[in-house]
Write a protein that binds this ligand. Structure first.
Ligand SMILES: [Fe+2]
Length: 345
């Protein structure tokens, strides 16, 4: 491959003349924007142990009252992007959010899509588009683009959840904004009562629902049971994995990021295919080891780590007796919609 000319090979007054006209020569930067063979990601394999994060998050509860925070969140920032960018990968933002008993995170809506993966505590709820969703460990709750949401807490202990948003992408597109609103009234009924049974969907007088997001809460008890049934009934399955989908369309639950739950059998090691999207792994239950591009992270419960796209990843259950359950978020729907998705296996 040819060595291309560098900026310093050009006469300084020529570079200055270009700059004065808002012009830039491409060739000194060509290899950086079109590297050979595969991308050079800023996203680095990074591990956020919950044991280190938790006391700092609880301290935020003492230091900053809710009215000064609106959302009391410590962002899991990838150092490869620079911490101030507040992104885990090119398209994913991760935050650990704390809500104390009696607190209320006021109602708003925004263009980025969000989901919550509940980490600890009982008694909190998220009201999404008038549907009051209880928050229990391992539950996945959607707050898709444009839907009003607020968070409240009627319990007695702190509640923590992991937020996953497509904020970096929507912000990069200069399409990110929010609107504050009044406290939302709660409607009767829950999507999960109508849509959570596989194989049947509500179809009154032969009409399918026109709701874009009919199912907002995916209870962990159901997801975990689905994984255990798969594992028990299909012992030959190498990867016991489910995806969170929109029950009306069968497509990914949200437009930009994909969400999955994986069960590793006792002692199992699973090598993932080399794929273009970046991935986030959050250990719901058990003990695991993640190997990402040769780096090894020991995951305890509630730990989170991320892998850049195009990387070699393997996940191992380090317990010989208990299963491990991992929540995965990735950029697959985005890559597929843009036509840049690759699986190199
Ligand atoms: Fe929000």
């Amino acid at each position: 491959m040819n060595e291309l000319g560098r900026l310093e090979d050009l006469p300084p007054d020529y570079v200055q003349a270009l700059r004065a006209q808002n012009l830039v020569p491409l060739w000194p930067s060509l290899r950086a924007v079109l590297p050979p063979g595969k991308p050079r990601p800023n996203t680095r394999p990074t591990h956020w142990p919950y044991q280190a994060l938790r006391p700092l998050l609880l301290q935020a509860g003492e230091l900053t009252p809710m009215e000064k925070a609106e959302r009391r969140v410590l962002v899991l920032a990838n150092p490869g992007h620079g911490l101030e960018k507040m992104q885990a990968s090119a398209a994913m933002y991760l935050g650990m959010q704390l809500l104390l008993p009696g607190e209320w995170a006021p109602s708003h809506r925004h263009t980025p899509n969000a989901v919550r993966m509940v980490v600890e505590g009982e008694g909190a709820w998220t009201n999404v588009d008038g549907e009051k969703c209880p928050m229990q460990r391992g539950d996945l709750i959607l707050t898709p683009t444009g839907l009003w949401h607020d968070h409240g807490h009627d319990g007695t202990e702190p509640v923590v959840w992991l937020d996953v948003l497509d904020l970096p992408l929507v912000h990069y597109m200069e399409a990110s904004y929010h609107v504050d609103g009044p406290r939302q009234s709660v409607k009767p009924g829950h999507g999960e009562r109508a849509w959570l049974r596989g194989g049947v969907v509500p179809m009154p007088v032969f009409q399918r629902s026109a709701q874009a997001y009919p199912l907002l809460r995916y209870p962990w008890t159901e997801t975990r049971a689905a994984l255990q049934s798969l594992a028990a009934d299909q012992p030959e399955l190498q990867a016991v994995q489910v995806g969170y989908v929109n029950p009306e369309t069968g497509a990914a639950a949200q437009n930009i990021l994909g969400f999955y739950a994986l069960m590793l059998r006792p002692g199992q090691t699973l090598r993932l295919p080399v794929r273009s999207p970046a991935c986030v792994f959050h250990l719901i239950e058990g003990a695991a080891q993640a190997r990402i591009e040769g780096e090894s992270f020991t995951l305890a419960e509630a730990d989170t780590c991320c892998a850049p796209g195009y990387s070699e990843v393997s996940l191992a259950n380090t317990s010989a007796s208990a299963p491990a359950f991992i929540f995965i978020a990735d950029e697959t729907p985005l890559h597929q919609k843009l036509g840049v998705f690759e699986n190199r296996d």
